[in-house]
Design a protein around this ligand. Structure first.
Ligand code: ZN
Ligand code: ZN
Length: 416
């Protein structure tokens, strides 16, 4: 079936560059989803679009067998592209606050879209080699963490029916041509908290008449550092960052409140609960210690679930990858500190899932950087204005990976 890739390669590369040149922000993926739906229909898929905004689902059935759902995200980021590529984006759009913002596929979701369309085409062309149901799902707004949930809330479960497994991949700064799998925890859960603490304002010359929220916020920032270092086991990864702190307007006025913004990343529900409980306990107690006149306010935003790969599904994909790509093109994906909302879908459908990494960096460039210990400095990673996956072998490998993984459920192992 993968022999069809030779004919598909040219059009797929062209499509990839076209999507790269026309990136769209989260929830605005109209051109991308229109093109996706058009292509899926041309391959013979039963297509439902406009799910949760711009989400698209294409379904292809062939005989009896399991149902495999494969997901790609479609959105780009408000970043000005600085790759120098001939197909670089020069696009700007109106952002959420009304101003002009540049847009760039800086996370490689264009790679995901092209590869999933490639796989959809190959599976349609080679349907005599498999039996069951293929569901291709193109999701909006991964970058803001609510695209998957919006599709679920728009009755995704009814659209897709019973599904046996969900699969997804992400292009990452590893050597192109390689795929990395991982059992268990793979991406962190992430959430942001906005905490408002209250003081009593007054003149900077008369602190005795006030409750100073600047001092209070400073105490909180320091005290929060002890959660990960003192309350979480050293073997359990967790990150707590106070990324923003705002209070006051003038040197001689003691303000009446302060706002702290926190970002928290964890890999298990247990650790997540421990960290969040500790944040609440410390902030509340510090407010009391300062004589704060009002309880603090806590507001959660940008919530991402943890991504924890199912062992059985991962084992099946890994065996298929080992057989197809060979040991020298597969690797153990390290634990990632980034986050994803993909797992919201299988969690809502109550099905197992696995998520793998797809290399996107020229292998030679990667090797040179690795040998000189300069990977972090020399290889622009996702969300960098210089993030530029090489077109090949990235697209071929991502397309093959999806087909090979789907056939691990749907087909006899005759991927030729
Ligand atoms: Zn991203
Ligand atoms: Zn991404």
């Amino acid at each position: 079936m993968l022999a069809g890739l030779d004919d598909l390669r040219g059009p797929l590369e062209e499509l990839y560059q076209q999507i790269h040149q026309h990136p769209e922000l989260s929830h605005q993926e109209r051109e991308t989803s229109t093109e996706v739906a058009r292509q899926l229909r041309s391959f013979g898929y039963d297509v439902r679009d406009g799910i949760g905004g711009t989400g698209v689902v294409g379904i292809l059935s062939h005989g009896d067998g399991p149902t495999v759902l494969m997901r790609a995200d479609m959105d780009a980021l408000p970043i000005r592209e600085d790759t120098g590529l001939p197909y670089a984006s020069t696009r700007t759009v109106t952002g959420v606050d009304g101003g002009e913002v540049p847009v760039m596929h800086a996370c490689g979701h264009d790679v995901h879209v092209a590869c999933l369309l490639g796989a959809a085409s190959l599976l349609a062309g080679g349907r005599d080699h498999w039996s069951g149901r293929v569901i291709t799902l193109f999701q909006p707004a991964e970058e803001v963490g609510d695209g998957a949930r919006r599709m679920i809330d728009d009755d995704l479960g009814r659209v897709v029916g019973d599904v046996d497994v969900a699969l997804a991949q992400h292009v990452l700064p590893y050597p192109a041509g390689h795929v990395g799998t991982r059992y268990g925890a793979v991406l962190s859960a992430a959430e942001s908290l906005r905490i408002t603490v209250y003081g009593r304002g007054g003149h900077g010359s008369m602190p005795q008449t006030t409750v100073d929220p600047v001092v209070l916020a400073a105490m909180i920032v320091i005290r929060l550092q002890a959660i990960v270092s003192r309350e979480i086991a050293p073997t359990e990864p967790a990150v707590l960052t106070v990324g923003s702190i705002t209070s006051g307007s003038k040197s001689n006025i003691i303000p009446d409140h302060a706002v702290l913004q926190l970002n928290i990343r964890t890999y298990s529900d247990r650790t997540r609960t421990l960290v969040l409980d500790a944040v609440h306990r410390i902030v509340t107690a510090e407010c009391q210690a300062s004589g704060s006149p009002r309880e603090p306010d806590f507001e959660t935003f940008d919530h991402f679930p943890a991504t924890t790969n199912d062992p059985a599904a991962t084992g099946r994909v890994r065996a298929a990858f080992d057989e197809h790509f060979g040991a020298d093109r597969t690797f153990d994906l390290p634990l990632q500190t980034a986050s994803e909302d993909f797992s919201d879908i299988p969690r809502a459908l109550k099905i197992p899932y696995t998520y793998w990494g797809l290399g996107g960096i020229d292998p030679e460039v990667h090797r040179t950087a690795e040998e000189s210990g300069r990977l972090d400095r020399d290889i622009p990673a996702n969300h960098s204005p210089q993030f530029a996956p090489v077109v090949q072998p990235t697209l071929d490998t991502g397309t093959e990976a999806l087909v090979v993984a789907a056939l691990a459920w749907l087909g006899p192992s005759n991927v030729g």
